[in-house]
Design a protein around this ligand. Structure first.
Ligand code: GCB
Ligand code: CA
Length: 889
C-alpha cells in the first residue's frame, strides 16, 4: 500500500473512531503549589516557580510521617495548560475526577466552573462552554483538606491525605449522549428483578442528554454479551429527545439459562448501551457496563447465601495508602491489593471507610470478591443540616457510581458513630445527640433503600451495644457489622465469643457479620512470650487463630473482614511504629505477615505450605552447651503433616493442627537453612527459609566462640530486628556468672484502667527505632556482661517515658484507656567499671521527655573484669532502656 493511501485510511478510521465518545487521562505535567494563593485561578497567572507533579498526587506523603504533630491541612493549587484538539469542536467536554481530597474547585480559562464536596467519591463537570478546541486551555484547581465540620469524616483512625490523588480524565461526547453528570455515574443502571438458573430478567434504566437546541430522533440500543462473547439479548427503542434530560427504562430483556456470577466463577456479561441517530444510523454514544447474574441473602441464623448456596464470607478491610506514596496510588497498585486478597483465598472485601478507586471495584467484579462499600461517616456526626445533606449526597454518589458492580452487595453508612461522643454519656445533651444520630441514620437508611432496593444496608458498631441501642441504630439497617478487638485493646480472646453469642441471643433476627477484628504486628518485633499490646507478629497470629476458629464455628456469623488487608497511615498514632496502624496482615509495602499465611492456609483449596516469619532475616539468641539455640517456628499449611530439615538434617515430622505445625528449630551461629516439606498426591510441596542467626555464647569468655556484640532491650520480652543495620536486639535476662544481664529493678509497665501494658506506646521523637526506647528497666542496680579483655564501644539508650504529656484521646484504643502519668523526676550518675561517666544525668531535664538519647562510650576491659554498668541515684530511680556492647578490638 502506498503511503498516501495508508494515511487516508488512518484519517478515515480516526474520524470514524472520533464519533461517539472518547476519553483520556490528563495526569501528567501539572504545576503545584501548596498554600493559599490569590489570583492563581486566572489564566495569565505566572506559575513558572511552581513545582511539576503528576497525578495521583498528595501533599502529605512526608509530613504525615514526621515527628512534628499534625500534617498540612489547607489549600493546594494545581495548574496546567492542556491542549484540546480540533476533534472537540462540536462535542460536549467533561472533566472527570476519580477522587480528590476533600473540597475541589475548578476554573477553566479563568472562569469558575464549580466545586465538589468530599474526598472519596468521583465527580464530573461539564466544561463545554469554557474550553476552546484546537488550542491550549488553562485549568486551575484548588483543593482543600482542612477540617470541615460539615464534611465527613470528622475524625478517624486514618490520615486524610490532601490532593488530587486519583486519576483525572477528559471525556468528549456528542451533543446527544448518555449522561456523564448523573452523580458521575455511567448514566446506566442495570438491575436483575428476577434471577434463577433458568432465566434472568434484566432491567436497564438509561439517562440521556440532548444538549442541542432542537429535538433529535434517536435509537437507543441495549445489547447483552455473554461471558464467552455471544450476543444473548438486544432491544432497540426509538425515541424523540427534546432538549434536556431524558430517562428510559428497558424492561424486556431476558437471558435464558444464565451463567451465574459467584465467588469461584465470577462470570461477567457485558452490557453495551448505544445511541444512534435515527435516520443516518450514526453512532452517537456507547457505554459499557458489567453485569453479573446472582442473587443473595443474609440469614440471621444460617449466614450468607449466594445463588442459594451457603458461602462463608471471609476477607479483609482495605485502606488505600502505601509506603512513601500516601494515598496517591496508580491503578496497578490498586489492582495488586485485590490480587493479594484473592491469592489469600479471600472472597469478601469491606471497602472501608470510604468508596475507593474504580479499579478496586472492577477487580472485585472480575475476581469474585463480594464487597461492602461505605461513605466516610466515622466516629461522630455534626448535628447540622449541611452535614446531613453532604452525607446523603455522598451516599447517592457512592450508590450510583458503583451501581452496576455485581460484587457490591452491601451499602454501609456509619462506622462506630457513637465512639467519639462530643459530650459525657448519660447527660441530657447525650440523649439529644443520640436522637440526632437516630434521625441522621433514618434519613440515610431511607435514601439508600430508595436509591437501591436490591442491596443490603449495614452499620458497623464498636463493642458497646448500649450506645447503639440509645441511638436506636441496632434495628435500623438490614445487617449489623461488629468491629471487635477483645484481646487486643483490652480483655481476652474469649470475650469475643461471649460478645457475639450474647448479641445473637438478644437479637436473634438480625443478620450479622464481623466487620472488623485485628491486632497490631510490627514486622520488626518478635516474642516467644507474646502478650496483649506487645505489637509482635507472634501475638497477632494467636489473636487471628482464635478469631478465625470462633468465626468459622458459628453459622450465624455470615462473614468477617479482617482489620486490615494492609498496614496504613494514621497520623496521630504512637505505638511501636508512629503514624502507622500495624493491624495489616500485610505491611505498608504489602509483604505478607504470618497472619496472612494463616488465612491462606485455611482458605485455599490447592496445596499450601509456607514457613512463617520468613521476613525475620536476622535472628539472635544465646547458645546452649551444644552451640545451638532453640526457637519456635510455625509452618502454615493445609496438608496433614510436615517434615522439617535444619541445615540439611531432618528434625522430624509433625501432624498439622488447625493449619499449623510448630517446630523448635535448633539454630546455629551464622547462616541457617530451614526446609519444610509435605507430600500431596505423590508430589512434594516445600518451602525454604534462610536466616542469619547471631548467637551470643552462653559463656562470653569462651574461646571457641569469640564475643563480638550484644544488643539488649531492658524491661523487654521482645526481640527487635533493626532492618536498617541488619542487627538483632534481644530481650533482657537476669545476670549470671560468665554471662550478661541486669541486677535489680523492674520493667516499666504503663498502667491502664484494666491492667498494664508491656511497653510504652508513645511516639519517641528523634529515632525511627521507637521500640528500642519504649521499654526500660526502672531502679536497676547494674547491667553486667562478662566479656573477654579487649576494647569495647558501649552504647546506652534512654528515653524518659513518664512525661506527664497529654496525648490526643486515644479514641481508637477501644477500652485501652491508658492512665495519665506524672512527669518523672530523676537524676543519677552512670558508672562503667566503677568510674563515673555521666554525672547528675537527668534525661528529661536535658533533652525533654519522649525523646531518644543514645550515649556512646569506649572502654578497655582488662584483668577479666568484664563490663559493669552501675548507677548512683540522686533523685527518683535510675533507668536504662537498651544497651549495645560492641567489641572494637
Ligand atoms: C476501629 C475502626 C478503625 C480503626 C481500628 C483500630 O474500630 O473502625 O478505623 O483503625 O478500629 O485499629 O483501632
Ligand atoms: Ca484510578
Amino acid at each position: 500500500m502506498n503511503r498516501i493511501l495508508t494515511t487516508l485510511i488512518l484519517i478515515i478510521a480516526s474520524l470514524h473512531a472520533m464519533a461517539a465518545r472518547h476519553s483520556y487521562s490528563i495526569n501528567e505535567s501539572w504545576k503545584f503549589y501548596q498554600g493559599e494563593h490569590s489570583g492563581a485561578q486566572q489564566s495569565e497567572f505566572d506559575d513558572s516557580t511552581w513545582e511539576f507533579i503528576s497525578i495521583p498526587h498528595t501533599w502529605n506523603d512526608q509530613d504525615a510521617l514526621d515527628d512534628t504533630p499534625g500534617f498540612y491541612r489547607g489549600d493546594g493549587w494545581y495548574r496546567r495548560n492542556i491542549y484540546i484538539g480540533p476533534e472537540a469542536g462540536e462535542k460536549q467536554v467533561y472533566i472527570y475526577f476519580e477522587g480528590s481530597n476533600q473540597l475541589t474547585e475548578l476554573w477553566v480559562n479563568g472562569n469558575y466552573v464549580g466545586e465538589h464536596i468530599g474526598g472519596y467519591t468521583r465527580f464530573s463537570f461539564d466544561i463545554t462552554e469554557f474550553v476552546n478546541p484546537d488550542s491550549f486551555n488553562q485549568f486551575a484547581i484548588r483543593v482543600n483538606n482542612s477540617h470541615n465540620v460539615d464534611i465527613p469524616p470528622l475524625s478517624a483512625d486514618f490520615t486524610f491525605f490532601g490532593g488530587i490523588y486519583r486519576d483525572v480524565l477528559l471525556t468528549f461526547t456528542e451533543k446527544v449522549h448518555i449522561s456523564v453528570t448523573d452523580y458521575a455515574s455511567s448514566g446506566v443502571y442495570i438491575t436483575t428483578p428476577a434471577a434463577s438458573p433458568e432465566k434472568a430478567d434484566i432491567q436497564i434504566r438509561t439517562i440521556l442528554e440532548n444538549k442541542t437546541d432542537g429535538a433529535r430522533h434517536v435509537k437507543l440500543q441495549q445489547t447483552i454479551i455473554s461471558p464467552t462473547g455471544e450476543e444473548v439479548a438486544r432491544k432497540i427503542t426509538s425515541m424523540n429527545l427534546r432538549t434536556g434530560r431524558h430517562e428510559h427504562t428497558e424492561k424486556k430483556l431476558t437471558i435464558n439459562n444464565p451463567v451465574l456470577w459467584d465467588t469461584e466463577n465470577p462470570a461477567l456479561y457485558s452490557v453495551y448501551t448505544r445511541v444512534y441517530d435515527h435516520s443516518s444510523n450514526q453512532l452517537l454514544d456507547e457505554i459499557f457496563n458489567p453485569l453479573g447474574i446472582r442473587w443473595f441473602e443474609f440469614h440471621p441464623d444460617k449466614g450468607f447465601f449466594l445463588n442459594g448456596k451457603h458461602t462463608k464470607l471471609i476477607g479483609t478491610n482495605r485502606h488505600q495508602c502505601y509506603l512513601d506514596q500516601g494515598n496517591a496510588l496508580n491503578d496497578q497498585m490498586h489492582v495488586r491489593d485485590i490480587r493479594l486478597l484473592k491469592e489469600m483465598g479471600g472472597n469478601f472485601l469491606r471497602v472501608s471507610h470510604y468508596p475507593q478507586d474504580p479499579v478496586i471495584m472492577e477487580m472485585c467484579d472480575r475476581l469474585g470478591i463480594i464487597t461492602s462499600v461505605e461513605i466516610p461517616v466515622v466516629n461522630a456526626i455534626t448535628q447540622s443540616e449541611t452535614f446531613t445533606q453532604n452525607s446523603i449526597e455522598m451516599a447517592r454518589e457512592m450508590i450510583r457510581q458503583d451501581f452496576n458492580r455485581p460484587s457490591v452487595m452491601i451499602w454501609a453508612y456509619m462506622n462506630e458513630v457513637m465512639l467519639r461522643l462530643p459530650m459525657e454519656r448519660d447527660t441530657e445533651e447525650y440523649y439529644t445527640y443520640a436522637e440526632s444520630v437516630a434521625e441522621f441514620g433514618r434519613q440515610l437508611e431511607k435514601t439508600i433503600r430508595q436509591e437501591d432496593p436490591s442491596r443490603y444496608t449495614m452499620l458497623a458498631f464498636h463493642g458497646n451495644l448500649d450506645v447503639y441501642e440509645d441511638a436506636r441504630l441496632v434495628e435500623l439497617p438490614m445487617l449489623v457489622g461488629w468491629n471487635l478487638y477483645q484481646g487486643w485493646y483490652g480483655g481476652q480472646f474469649s470475650g469475643f465469643n461471649d460478645f457475639i453469642d450474647n448479641f445473637h441471643q438478644k437479637y436473634p433476627n438480625i443478620p450479622m457479620l464481623i466487620s472488623e477484628y485485628g491486632a497490631d504486628a510490627d514486622p520488626r518485633l518478635h516474642s516467644f512470650e507474646s502478650e496483649r499490646f506487645d505489637f509482635t507478629g507472634e501475638y497477632a497470629t494467636l489473636y487471628h487463630e482464635h478469631y478465625l476458629r470462633a468465626i468459622m464455628d458459628r453459622t450465624f456469623v455470615a462473614g468477617a473482614n479482617i482489620w486490615n488487608l494492609n498496614d496504613f497511615h494514621s497520623e496521630y498514632r504512637g505505638d511501636s511504629m508512629p503514624h502507622i496502624n500495624n493491624k495489616g496482615i500485610t505491611t505498608l509495602d504489602r509483604k505478607p505477615k504470618n497472619s496472612y499465611l494463616l488465612y491462606r492456609a485455611a482458605l485455599r483449596k490447592d496445596p499450601v505450605l509456607m514457613i512463617g516469619s520468613k521476613d525475620w532475616q536476622v535472628r539472635g539468641g544465646i547458645a546452649d552447651e551444644n552451640g545451638r539455640t532453640f526457637q519456635p517456628l510455625k509452618i502454615y499449611t493445609n496438608l496433614d503433616s510436615v517434615e522439617v530439615k535444619v541445615n540439611s538434617t531432618s528434625i522430624g515430622k509433625k501432624a498439622v493442627e488447625s493449619h499449623i505445625a510448630q517446630f523448635d528449630i535448633p539454630f546455629v551461629d551464622g547462616m541457617n537453612t530451614v526446609e519444610a516439606s509435605a507430600e500431596h498426591d505423590g508430589r512434594i510441596i516445600r518451602d525454604i527459609y534462610h536466616v542469619d542467626f547471631r548467637q551470643v555464647p552462653a559463656n562470653l569468655r569462651s574461646t571457641n566462640h569469640p564475643f563480638t556484640e550484644l544488643n539488649v532491650m531492658l524491661g523487654s520480652k521482645r526481640y527487635y530486628e533493626d532492618k536498617l543495620s541488619a542487627s538483632i536486639w534481644l530481650p533482657e535476662q537476669p545476670y549470671s556468672e560468665g554471662s550478661w544481664g541486669y541486677t535489680g529493678g523492674k520493667p516499666y509497665q504503663p498502667r491502664t484502667r484494666f491492667g498494664v501494658l508491656p511497653a510504652s506506646d508513645v511516639n519517641i521523637h528523634g529515632s525511627s527505632h521507637d521500640p528500642l526506647f519504649q521499654t526500660q528497666r526502672i531502679g536497676l542496680e547494674s547491667f553486667r556482661a562478662d566479656v573477654p579483655n579487649g576494647r569495647y564501644a558501649i552504647y546506652m539508650y534512654w528515653a524518659e517515658l513518664d512525661s506527664g504529656f497529654e496525648h490526643q484521646t486515644l479514641a481508637y484504643n477501644l477500652g485501652q484507656d491508658k492512665m495519665a502519668t506524672e512527669a518523672a523526676k530523676r537524676s543519677f550518675d552512670v558508672l562503667i567499671n566503677n568510674k563515673v561517666v555521666l554525672g547528675n544525668f537527668d534525661i528529661a531535664g536535658q533533652i525533654g521527655a519522649e525523646r531518644a538519647m543514645i550515649k556512646k562510650f569506649e572502654v578497655n576491659v582488662q584483668n577479666h573484669q568484664g563490663i559493669t554498668i552501675s548507677f548512683n541515684a540522686h533523685e527518683g530511680q535510675p533507668v536504662l532502656n537498651a544497651v549495645r556492647i560492641y567489641r572494637m578490638y
